[in-house]
Design a protein around this ligand. Structure first.
Ligand SMILES: *[C@@H]1O[C@H](CO)[C@@H](O)[C@H](O)[C@H]1NC(C)=O
Length: 159
């Protein structure tokens, strides 16, 4: 349905809003897309790429937070290391895989990449519970999951 509606449309505010309405987080989607001037001329693939860029930014930010928490809360080191693995995978595997898939016109693999991220962010969250600790990354893990789900929804419109 979305593909038929949007394919080939020139990117503009209405197109961006309509695209975001098809995602689980309208406001988040809109704020990421409108913050990037490239969204003005982007087709649906272009909008998906901007969200994937947002996923990457979120991942870099979280990885920096993980590094600083390792110093301030050394008792959380084991769980934080697991989260470091998770976020490195997101940045260095899932994001490039998704970008490649979109650039090669193979959105199904891109959807898989985004789906992996929603699972991985929860793996990080759970690693604290497994150590009987409270997660200091709950908000960031949730943000990551939400952005990835927006990306996933837009990529689905391309399938
Ligand atoms: C859509 O945008 C992508 C990424 O910017 C570009 O590579 C592609 O050629 C565009 N597709 C069409 C049909 O204009």
């Amino acid at each position: 349905m979305y593909k038929a509606m949007f394919y080939g449309t020139i990117g503009d505010r209405q197109f961006i809003e309509n695209t975001c309405k098809g995602t689980p987080s309208y406001n988040l989607c809109l704020s990421i897309l409108l913050a990037n001037p490239k969204s003005q001329n982007a087709n649906l693939t272009g909008l998906a790429l901007i969200i994937v860029d947002g996923v990457k930014n979120e991942g870099v930010k979280t990885l920096q937070q993980i590094d600083s928490l390792k110093k301030s809360l050394p008792e959380l080191t084991a769980a934080l290391m697991q989260c470091g693995d998770v976020y490195n995978t997101i940045i260095h595997v899932d994001v490039p895989l998704t970008i490649n898939a979109l650039n090669l016109g193979n959105p199904k693999f891109g959807e898989d990449g985004m789906a992996d991220i929603t699972i991985e962010s929860q793996t990080c969250e759970r690693s604290f519970k497994e150590h009987g600790q409270t997660s200091p990354l709950t908000n960031m893990n949730k943000d990551m999951k939400d952005v990835a789900n927006v990306g996933r929804a837009i990529i689905r419109m391309l399938l």
